[in-house]
Write a protein that binds this ligand. Structure first.
Ligand code: MCA
Ligand code: AMP
Length: 505
């Protein structure tokens, strides 16, 4: 028997005529349409030599076809490797060199620059997919047969690799198996009561866990429908909300919608579920949302490496500022960060998890993988938390130096390395400062050598093109020295304090 996620999805769709994706420009897909296109993609990929286990790297704009490509890749037994469209050529070079994909799929506008780089790195095919369902991959798909029998896969075979940055060194590819994805999505279907009658308003990007797996896999496993927006646009979301029954978003979605005069109780009376995750939802936002709409947002907690770990309950009380209970099948403990010894109930420590949702390790980094697991198999999340006396998990901080801006992770070390390499820079510290829109705003504090003529605009210009735009500091400050403790470690908490009101207005 095959444990392919694709086979599972197909087995759960009883009526292929049911609508799957509705897009703004009328390129709509029933489940049958989607399976036919996935079959064409799978045949086209096989014709390009994709064998089970081969990586297919994809950096394209959001479209129904792009999501269906994910299905085509896993049907062919390939490993789907989605990449943020914001990544620059320099960043892509690393991912492609590390993952060694057989095929790279990019935007038509990017192929001239990317194809030579991919070719140099040994990629056999660089093909394109545009946001209107155009491109050379679509041409190949159109010429291929829609009939395809999914390549059998074992539960632990890889379905996807998603890169996530490390606090030190380069990005790590989190390897997710067919059963990691299937088990978590099936759990969420039950926990959040999804059925074929749901209509999910999908405004998230599809190159990260939230939009790709949490949102899309749930829909695919229930036969529900999605209204698929290319990006988050508050006006468009307000227009579409009355047609939906559920929406998933990062906290910035909710913050922005609260600023929209169109958000009323009447507008959302058909919605049964609002989910938030990927970054902390402020308790104030939670409360304001309830006062304005009558709905309590359901906050949940996950990671690229683990999919979803905890969720506030569907029926019982959803508590602002908590991420709810461990999901069925997920073991979660609070441990001493140094020793891994479980701490008494109520104490703050490292959140560690174990379960079928937890990934297979980092791609070609066995030492890094080993370092993030305890001997008894628990994964060390890097998040600090506690469990209250009612069993709700609270995330109280991060043991890792990480900024989450609008739901995107930014690793200070990566930005500091780029800034430190600029002429005239002695050292720098990059911190996350509370930001009214993005939750945290990337902020750089820089020490230059005497007489250096570097200013804020100069730093930003130098970083532009090397780092994705969402990683660029919103502000750059210059100081004589960075504050350090007696061990010589930069005291980022003091810097965060100093700049705490920067983005509040
Ligand atoms: C865009 N910009 C950003 C961000 N997004 N800067 C910082 N942080 C961001 N997140 C930049 C743009 O490049 C632009 O720069 C300027 O900010 C204004 O862009 P704007 O139009 O306002 O942005 P937007 O297009 O509206 O995007 C904001 C957004 C988007 C809707 C919040 O970032 C988004 O969709 N975020 C969702 C991320 C996500 O899905 N995360 C899930 C990860 P300039 O003006 O210079 O051009 S999965 C995960 O974390 C785990 C597993 C989990 O638990 O889910
Ligand atoms: P990523 O590596 O992009 O998957 O980001 C995972 C990280 O996002 C987690 O380790 C947490 O730090 C954070 N995160 C996800 N959901 C929440 C949440 N509901 N509240 C606070 N932090 C969250």
């Amino acid at each position: 028997m095959s444990d392919s996620l694709y086979t599972l999805i197909r087995s759960r769709i009883a009526d292929p005529a049911r609508p799957f994706i509705e897009t703004g420009d009328g390129r709509n897909f029933s489940y049958g349409d989607a399976f036919a296109l996935a079959g064409r993609f799978a045949n086209a990929l096989q014709a390009m030599g994709v064998q089970p286990g081969d990586r297919v790297a994809v950096q394209v704009d959001k479209s129904a076809e792009a999501l269906i490509l994910y299905l085509g890749v896993i049907a062919a037994g390939g490993v789907y490797l989605p990449l943020n469209v914001g990544y620059t050529l320099t960043e892509l070079e690393y991912f492609i060199g590390d993952a060694e994909p057989r095929v790279v799929v990019c935007r038509p506008s990017a192929v001239a620059a990317l194809a030579p780089v991919a070719g140099k790195l040994g990629v056999a095919h660089c093909v394109t997919l545009g946001d209107k369902g155009d491109g050379t991959l679509m041409d190949k798909a159109a010429a291929a047969s829609p009939d395809f029998t999914a390549v059998p896969r074992a539960a632990s075979d890889l379905a996807a690799i998603l890169y996530t940055s490390g606090t030190t060194g380069r990005s790590k590819g989190a390897m997710l198996s067919h059963s990691n994805l299937a088990s978590n999505a099936l759990t969420l279907v039950d926990y959040w009561r999804f059925t074929k009658d749901d209509v999910l308003l999908h405004a998230l990007p599809i190159f990260h866990t939230h939009g790709l797996f949490v949102a899309s896999n749930i829909v695919l496993l229930t036969g529900a429908k999605m209204i698929f927006l290319n990006r988050f646009d508050a006006d468009e979301v307000i227009r579409q909300l009355p047609r939906a029954t559920a929406m998933m978003g990062v906290p910035t979605f909710y913050v922005r919608l609260l600023q929209h005069a169109g958000l009323t109780k009447e507008l959302v009376k058909h919605i049964r579920l609002f989910v938030s995750g990927s970054a902390p939802l402020l308790a104030d936002t939670h409360k304001e949302w309830e006062a304005r709409t009558g709905h309590r947002i359901l906050e949940r907690y996950g990671m690229t490496e683990t999919n979803m770990n905890t969720s506030n309950p569907y029926d019982a009380e959803r508590i602002a500022g908590t991420v709810g209970f461990p999901l069925p099948g997920v073991s979660l403990r609070i441990a001493d960060p140094e020793t891994g010894k479980p701490l008494p109930q109520g104490e703050i420590g490292m959140i560690e998890v174990k379960g079928p949702n937890v990934f297979q390790g980092y791609w070609r980094m066995p030492e890094k993988t080993a370092a993030e697991f305890r001997a008894d198999g628990f994964f060390i999340t890097g998040d600090l938390g506690k469990i209250d006396d009612r069993g709700y998990v609270h995330i109280v901080g991060r043991g890792k130096d990480l900024i989450i801006s609008g739901g995107y992770n930014v690793y200070p070390k990566e930005i500091e390395t780029e800034i430190d390499a600029l002429p005239g820079v002695v050292e720098s510290a990059v911190i996350g400062v509370a930001h009214r829109d993005f939750g945290e705003g990337v902020t750089a504090v820089v020490v230059t050598s005497k007489g250096a003529a570097l200013d804020e605009a100069g730093v930003l210009k130098a970083l532009d093109g090397r780092l994705a735009k969402f990683k660029l500091p919103k502000r750059v400050f210059f100081v004589d020295d960075l504050p350090r403790n007696t061990m010589g470690k930069v005291q980022k908490n003091l810097l965060r304090d100093q700049y705490r009101d920067l983005y509040k207005a």
